[in-house]
Design a protein around this ligand. Sequence first.
Ligand code: ADP
Length: 251
Amino acid sequence: MNPQVVVSKKLLSDIGRWVYVLEQLYMIHTRDLVKGYRGQEVATPVLINVNIDVGDGEFVAVAGPSGSGKSTLFNILGLLEAPDAGSVVFRGRDVGGLGESERLALRRGHIAYVFRQFNLVDELSVAENVELPLLYLKMKRAERRERLEEALGRFGLGHISRRFPRQLSGLQQQMTALARATVFQPKLLLADEPTGNLNSAGGSAVMEALSAINEAGTTLVLFTNSMQEAQKARRIIQLFDGHVVTDHAHT
Ligand code: ADP
């Protein structure tokens, strides 16, 4: 065989391996994301050529005013919605070509979400709400018990574990949502304005809990319209009218 062909094949395979290794270092990254909504008469661009890299273990804030495209980006990074164009790579895997069941499998067990509205199940107690993801994952009873106890303890919910959402304060509801989001030890947590329905003390408590979740190893992307909150992250990506306007590490 021509030695040049051997060399170039080896080189290509080395490059391929390095690209693979580099992609593994990112929890999630996007290239040239475009998303718009088609109204009756006009198409509204919502995200325009958005490039974002989130490293494994990072705490990144996506900050922007209302209408800047945060929730749309949240849905796309959370693999809940597909972009019109561009790519999303989650843990080295391009999710563009995946079917709905494969995307569901990637989300389940890897990605967790918290929202401004706490989104708890009203008919279930605190403990039952927190246990729900473990049931979806078909985890064995003994392990479920262990994880549940640990999560309830970590978020200070042990004494209210039998209460129902309507019997809780806003802060207790959001702490329950955080326990539910992290009970299965997700790789990536996406939080969409998680302090939006809380007073300032409740907001600070939730921000502290989020920082602790990140310090324990979960990659965190916080979407917020508050620059003060965004300062808690180690990197701030500013979104304005669907464009990334700045992307700075923050000391
Ligand atoms: P943010 O979370 O920063 O407030 P959104 O992503 O919710 O921003 O919205 C960005 C823009 O997209 C807004 O102009 C909004 O009106 C528009 N938009 C969001 N969702 C839809 C939808 N389902 N249909 C039409 N327009 C939408």
